[in-house]
Design a protein around this ligand. Structure first.
Ligand SMILES: Cc1cc2nc3c(=O)[nH]c(=O)nc-3n(C[C@H](O)[C@H](O)[C@H](O)COP(=O)(O)OP(=O)(O)OC[C@H]3O[C@@H](n4cnc5c(N)ncnc54)[C@H](O)[C@@H]3O)c2cc1C
Length: 399
């Protein structure tokens, strides 16, 4: 494993850094106060070619390697982890199609994302099925005419209010079935110009093939307010065979493949946020003086800064190893994906918490970015599998 970035990877980092410095950092603090979804920034990211990183070249995607993908997401998250979450979610929803879809499915369901700045949702979590996703009750059932109908409700779904396509994991036949299928439901295309600004409303989407999708009001969240999150309900949505990815009984295996790919991406979000927390704290403690000296020069405070730096660096190394292992298709890639996710979440929570502490009372004021970072960091330890679930995966592999 080579830790040196190649020229192309260095260029990605530079390009995304410039984009973040120009388009995200000057606006993120104000935008998040309004809790408005910045679809215009998503559009600009799409224009730049840093969205939809998992789409294969055969469908005119960029064919970007996983290390580059992690670097791009890390840099986006340095600007705002909510925007990075929303951007990454397209790949979360589309990776399964790229991995297990037929050529026709890849063209039908992935090409629109290359052609237009659209968003996708990945629909797994349900009110009664969070960490234990096998408890899901959403189901596709065959009707009298032999066609499948999808019914069920998903919660905490990123991009739901603006999504043009939904990738849905559901049971087959009955809610208690051991089989999980993965189905793709295209809906009406929503683009930045056609999206209702800030969309604070529910959405009812009648589908031409039959049935409808209803998305709830966007959730009012503690952090990552620049990502959109809402419930999604599928009511008698007709599903043709062409919408079922791979074998309709192997959805659980496909889900594992997607999460192995996606957990390093969440780790990248954690590393980006942790580094931002370190940088804003360094800047603050180099400026602020007490007891006649800069805070960063006080030995105990410096020790905290060093501890923050170590967490960021360790998480970064775990991220790179996980991205490498997943890219190589290593048999134990899942363990490294979980390790990276855990270390990066820990780094994000640690650096934002200690960073806020080193800001003193000012860190508690909403005008200071560290107060946003500490709110944003909390979810990284939860979504795509809570810390304990990652430890379960690692423990299983160890034993
Ligand atoms: C902002 C946001 C965006 C999200 N985006 C998406 C999305 O796009 N698509 C999607 O499908 N889901 C999404 N989620 C859902 C997310 O993945 C779940 O919230 C997460 O998997 C945890 O499920 P839960 O909230 O039901 O918590 P629960 O499963 O109820 O867990 C609660 C707590 O119980 C403990 N616990 C759970 N299991 C174990 C265990 N095995 N051992 C020990 N302790 C345990 C942990 O401390 C855990 O934090 C999102 C959530 C949020 C908040």
């Amino acid at each position: 494993m080579d830790l040196n970035l190649n020229e192309e990877q260095k260029q990605y980092v530079e390009t995304v850094r410039r984009f973040v410095g120009r388009e995200i950092m000057p606006r993120a603090m104000n935008l998040e106060k309004g809790h408005a979804f910045p679809f215009d920034i998503i559009r600009k990211a799409w224009d730049l070619g840093i969205l939809n990183l998992s789409i294969p070249e055969a469908v005119k995607g960029y064919g970007i390697d996983l290390i580059s993908t992690a670097l791009i997401i890390r840099e986006l998250s340095y600007g705002d982890s909510g925007i990075a979450t929303s951007a990454m979610c397209n790949d979360l929803a589309n990776a399964v199609i790229a991995m297990h879809g037929t050529e026709a499915q890849q063209h039908a369901f992935l090409a629109p994302f290359v052609e237009r700045p659209l968003l996708a949702s990945f629909c797994l979590t349900e009110p009664g099925a969070g960490s234990d996703n096998s408890a899901m009750t959403s189901v596709i059932r065959k009707g009298k005419d032999g066609r499948y109908l999808l019914n069920g409700s998903k919660c905490f779904i990123t991009n739901a209010s603006f999504a043009s396509q939904f990738t849905v994991f559901c049971k087959v036949g009955k809610s208690s079935s051991p089989f999980i299928a993965c189905v793709v439901v295209p809906a009406i295309a929503v683009e930045p110009d056609t999206a209702e600004a800030g969309s604070h409303a529910c959405r009812e989407i009648p589908l031409p093939c039959g049935g409808r999708i209803v998305t709830g009001k966007p959730e009012d969240k503690l952090g990552q307010r620049l990502s959109n999150t809402a419930t999604v309900t599928f009511e008698d949505v007709e599903i043709s065979d062409a919408q079922i990815i791979g074998d309709r009984r192997l959805g659980f295996q496909y889900l594992t493949d997607v999460l192995d790919y996606a957990r390093p991406m969440v780790a990248a979000i954690g590393v980006g946020l942790a580094r931002r927390a370190l940088d804003v704290t360094l800047a603050y403690t180099q400026e602020r003086r007490q007891f006649g000296q800069r805070i960063c020069d006080m030995p105990v405070a410096r020790e905290t800064l060093v501890a923050m730096w170590k967490r960021v660096e360790m998480a970064e190394m775990a991220l790179m190893k996980a991205a490498f292992m997943v890219q190589e298709g290593a048999p134990d890639r899942g363990v490294y994906a979980s390790l990276a996710k855990n270390l990066a979440a820990e780094a994000a929570v640690f650096c934002s918490t200690e960073g806020l502490h080193l800001h003193g009372g000012y860190g508690f004021m909403s005008e200071y970015e560290i107060s946003k970072l500490i709110r944003d960091a909390q979810i990284i330890d939860i979504y795509e599998g809570v810390r304990e679930v990652q430890n379960m995966i690692i423990g299983r592999e160890l034993i």
